[in-house]
Design a protein around this ligand. Structure first.
Ligand code: IMP
Ligand code: MG
Length: 184
């Protein structure tokens, strides 16, 4: 059952794909690594990362790819103050140039935590690539080198982002209509 409607498309599929090409250009222009590792933060990054790596391949960039599962959200929309590791990276990243991939920079806690954790594991350099950024929500000081779109403080789903694990499959970004059916 889908408890809410998501008919308000904020960023269309073609806008996402167009912006991704731009992001890949930025990443390729900066790229200078013999040991390049992309780390996707699960679960929200899965679609973004899958599209990015296929575009990087077209530019002859062949990183190692791994994932870590971090959690700062329980189901629903409330952020907990702490981040926990549910699954750590599996490969050795000592000396690697790491690019963190995630869906959205919100309070910043998840990215801050991931950066520190990967630094502790010995990464030589760490950059971050976020599909979305909600700067008005920031609670900790953290920045990403690459950002797809900056958005207002509204809860969005699609293209990997979920509400209670729903809507990740949408090829576009949509706003969730929490008040649907409650007229006014
Ligand atoms: P942060 O640690 O507060 O920056 O939160 C990052 C995580 O919160 C993201 O990876 C998402 O899983 C989740 N999140 C934040 N904003 C949204 C949203 O608008 N829709 C869906 N998930 C969100
Ligand atoms: Mg996430």
């Amino acid at each position: 059952m889908r408890p809410h409607h998501t008919d308000q498309v904020l960023i269309s599929e073609s806008d996402i794909q167009g912006r991704l090409a731009g992001l890949v250009h930025e990443i390729v222009a900066d790229h200078d690594s013999k040991h390049y590792v992309l780390i996707g933060i699960l679960r929200g990054s899965f679609m973004f990362l899958a599209d990015l790596v296929r575009m990087l391949y077209e530019h002859d960039i062949h990183p190692q790819i791994d994932f870590m599962t971090l959690s700062s959200y329980e189901s629903g929309v409330n952020t907990l103050g702490t981040v926990t590791i549910r699954k750590d990276v599996s490969i050795d990243i000592e000396g690697a140039d790491v690019l963190i991939i995630d869906d959205i920079l919100d309070t910043g806690r998840t990215l801050k935590f991931a950066q520190q954790h990967l630094r502790d594991k010995g990464a030589a350099s760490i950059k971050s690539c976020m599909l979305l950024d909600k700067p008005s929500r920031r609670q900790v000081e953290v920045d990403a080198e690459y950002t797809g779109f900056t958005i207002e403080d509204i809860f969005v789903v699609g293209y990997g982002l979920d509400y209670d694990s729903y809507y990740r499959e949408l090829p576009y970004i949509a706003a969730v209509n929490f008040t649907d059916g409650e007229e006014g």
